[in-house]
Design a protein. Structure first.
Length: 730
């Protein structure tokens, strides 16, 4: 040991405890201020993380700056961000917003081994630990280091003394149930706190003469604190952790030191209170300064610092390297070249650690993998990237759900429940078959086959079939819909069967071009008047469509834009009150939504334009207005016509936000100003189109299944309505 001249060798033991582990940094800072060297270090869970960083040669100040800058709650959110998905996947998730992470097989449901899979946490650990190469022995680190995990198969502690530092840290921190076991050295490893939360014996075996152990395990709760199920379960967990910690504490001798910072009231997930834990650790050690004084001498410490800095310079992080070889361990249904193309990595190129992490994030964004891990090894003098891609073990078939509700407390209650079945892995290129079933105010069944042509998924075909049953309101008086007549209408049900085949190109994550043909066959029933309306209709439609989507959220965006353009030509045949009609129509639809945020203030805009040019003003594909933020103040979809003009300016203020780790919830309020209308005749000039002004005030809260919003809307004609909105878009 280079630091251990003619002085006692000092080992530090850091216990597990989540956010309370910031106390360890305070302890290390105090030891530095007291000029006490650290010759060996080991830890469990958060202690393994802090100890691992310290073993790389970082100072306590450097570690504190890292820990306080990391969004630890993000580490428990593996869900791929909307901005990292392709347009088709965004559209699917926008409609089926309840992503269950459930899989299915023949007569069985499957679930993952953890609520989250640890992909984001692994990324955090790797970025903060410095992208170091794989160690043949952790004795080769600046300070010899060990981490402790638990073998979940036999519930025995496992001492980790070599390997990839980030992977070892994560194995020691993998809380069972929340995170899946980490597979290392042919073992399934979970949080070491289950079996050895304070590995004093490990540091003793490393060669320490004097041990400084830092115990941050919880005190047992009093009777009045055991008031609910969660408190009782916490008590049982605390007992298990403290029991094994006490057995280790019994191994301390008279010359060793036990430090117990005052971290009562700081919970395992209280990451916002880490500065308090840091202070507690520092204060506790400084209170023992006289007892520790004999361990610190200026000459010892200066030699220790000099040697530490020298060894740290020799420990070269792989921030940028020339890649000589890429080895892929592909445990998925995708072909190797598909994965490598998505990664955009090639042997012979120089790559930074950040670029490598970004490539891994891009592959993980396919949302078909449980984990995408990598490590860098030097093999026979070559820099080799070892990639491990593991498909979701509960796949390859998945279930998502949909829920949406809008009620105006008077005229209209619209709701929708849905379930989607996605069968993936149908080809090595990533073909998928998706089926959606919906029940509610409207009914819908749809199924589609997605077939990528080439390995990068830029070119694809999509074949779909859909059956839907939709309610519309047909104005009873006059040819043009108006607010004055919204209470006078004929309720009609449109039943349509649609077949669609298209070819598409996806040049970027946020753009999609499609060209296709659609066949529609349907009939209309006017309730109470079976002989009224279009009895039968069919259309052959050719279309081109462009989509651009950079929104960060479809319901409550904070930034980005959504632009959808479609131009279609349709050969229509219909029968109206016994008379046959043939028509050729041209359709143009433009939809835009954008948002920008400054601090807690979000400004959003919407614009929609739909127009049909035809010989007959028959309502073959009605466009609707009405409902919250869609001409607020009137019932949902109470205005319908062939053509539509609508625009809205919307403001939202984020009043407060609470981070629950697995999800965030915010409270907000705002208002809107809206202007628009629908009309049937394509010959109307703009000044003759019936357009109306409306506005709304609203407040709400975000939930894991979508926003819950209460709103009041009013039109310039004094139509008004209260709304409750919950879930996804209807």
């Amino acid at each position: 040991m280079a630091f251990a001249e003619q002085r006692p060798k000092i080992g530090v033991v850091l216990g597990g405890g989540g956010a309370k582990g910031a106390a360890h940094i305070g302890v290390l800072k105090a030891l530095e201020d007291l000029h006490i060297p650290v010759d060996y270090i080991a830890g469990t869970s958060m202690g393994a993380y802090v100890g691992g960083l310290y073993a790389t040669g970082m100072s306590a100040d450097e570690i504190e700056a890292l820990l306080t800058s990391v969004d630890w709650d993000r580490g428990y959110q593996d869900r791929v961000m909307r901005s990292d998905r392709r347009v088709r996947e965004k559209q699917q998730e926008d409609r089926y917003q309840v992503t269950s992470e459930l899989g299915f097989g023949f007569w069985e449901l499957k679930a993952p081994r953890g609520i989250v899979q640890g992909q984001t946490m692994g990324e955090i650990l790797r970025s903060t630990s410095g992208s170091l190469p794989v160690f043949d022995s952790f004795d080769d680190m600046v300070i010899p280091y060990r981490a402790v995990a638990t073998d979940i198969e036999n519930l025995q502690p496992v001492v980790l003394d070599k390997g990839d530092l980030a992977e070892v840290m994560q194995a020691s921190m993998s809380i069972p149930g929340l995170l899946p076991p980490k597979e290392l050295n042919d073992k399934l490893l979970v949080d070491g706190g289950i079996t050895d939360n304070l590995p004093i014996d490990v540091v003793r075996n490393m060669g320490a003469d004097i041990i400084i152990a830092v115990d941050i395990s919880n005190e047992f709760k009093k009777r009045d604190e055991l008031s609910n199920y969660f408190a009782v379960m916490d008590q049982l967990t605390d007992f298990m952790v403290r029991d094994n910690a006490d057995r280790q504490i019994a191994l301390l001798s008279d010359k060793d030191f036990l430090i117990r910072p005052n971290i009562r009231g700081i919970k395992t997930a209280d990451f916002a209170r880490m500065p308090l834990a840091f202070e507690s650790g520092y204060v506790e050690v400084m209170a023992m300064a006289d007892e520790l004084a004999h361990l610190g001498r200026s000459t010892w410490f200066q030699n220790y610092i000099d040697s530490k800095q020298k060894r740290r310079r020799q420990l070269v992080p792989l921030d940028e390297l020339l890649v000589d070889e890429i080895r892929l361990q592909n445990n998925s249904s995708y072909a190797d070249d598909v994965l490598l193309d998505r990664l955009q990595l090639e042997a012979g190129q120089a790559i930074s650690s950040e670029d490598l992490s970004e490539s891994v994030r891009s592959l993980y964004a396919l949302d078909r993998f449980e984990r995408v891990d990598y490590r860098i090894e030097q093999i026979d003098g070559d820099n080799v990237i070892l990639l491990d891609v593991r498909e979701k073990s509960w796949g390859p078939n998945f279930i998502d759900f949909r829920f949406a509700l809008e009620d105006d407390f008077e005229n209209s209650t619209d709701y929708s429940f849905g379930v989607a079945f996605n069968v993936t892995g149908l080809s090595r290129a990533g073909a998928e078959w998706r089926t959606e079933l919906e029940y509610g105010s409207d009914k819908r069944i749809a199924t589609g086959l997605y077939l990528p042509f080439v390995k990068d998924h830029d070119w694809f075909s999509l074949i779909t079939a859909e059956y839907k049953n939709t309610d519309y309101n047909i104005p009873l008086f006059g040819e043009e819909p108006s607010l004055e007549d919204i209470d006078f209408f004929l309720p009609a049900t449109y039943t349509d069967t649609i077949f669609d085949a298209s070819f598409g190109w996806q040049p970027t994550l946020w753009q999609e071009f499609r060209i296709g043909m659609r066949y529609l066959s349907g009939e209309t029933e006017v309730l109470g008047f079976p002989d009224f309306g279009i009895d039968k209709r069919n259309s052959q439609i050719g279309y081109i469509r462009y989509s651009l989507d950079t929104l960060d959220d479809i319901m409550l965006p904070k930034q980005g834009n959504l632009l959808e353009l479609e131009l279609a030509a349709s050969d229509d045949n219909s029968r109206f009150q016994g008379t046959e009609y043939e028509d050729f129509s041209v359709h143009m639809d433009i939809n835009w939504k954008g948002a920008v945020t400054y601090g807690d203030h979000t400004f959003m805009g919407k614009a929609e334009y739909g127009r049909v040019r035809s010989d007959f003003d028959l309502r073959l594909d009605p466009k609707e207005l009405g409902g919250f933020l869609n001409l607020s103040g009137i019932p949902k979809n109470s205005l319908s016509g062939n053509n539509k003009i609508f625009t809205a300016a919307i403001y939202r203020y984020n009043l407060m936000e609470q981070d629950f780790g697995l999800f965030k919830s915010s409270v907000f309020f705002g208002g809107s100003l809206e202007y628009g209308g629908v009309y049937n005749s394509s010959d109307l000039s703009f000044k003759d189109v019936p357009l109306y002004t409306a506005g709304s005030l609203y407040s709400g809260i975000t939930t894991p299944v979508g926003p819950l919003i209460l709103a009041y809307g009013r039109t310039e004609q004094s139509n008004h309505a209260f709304y409750v909105f919950f879930g996804g878009a209807l």
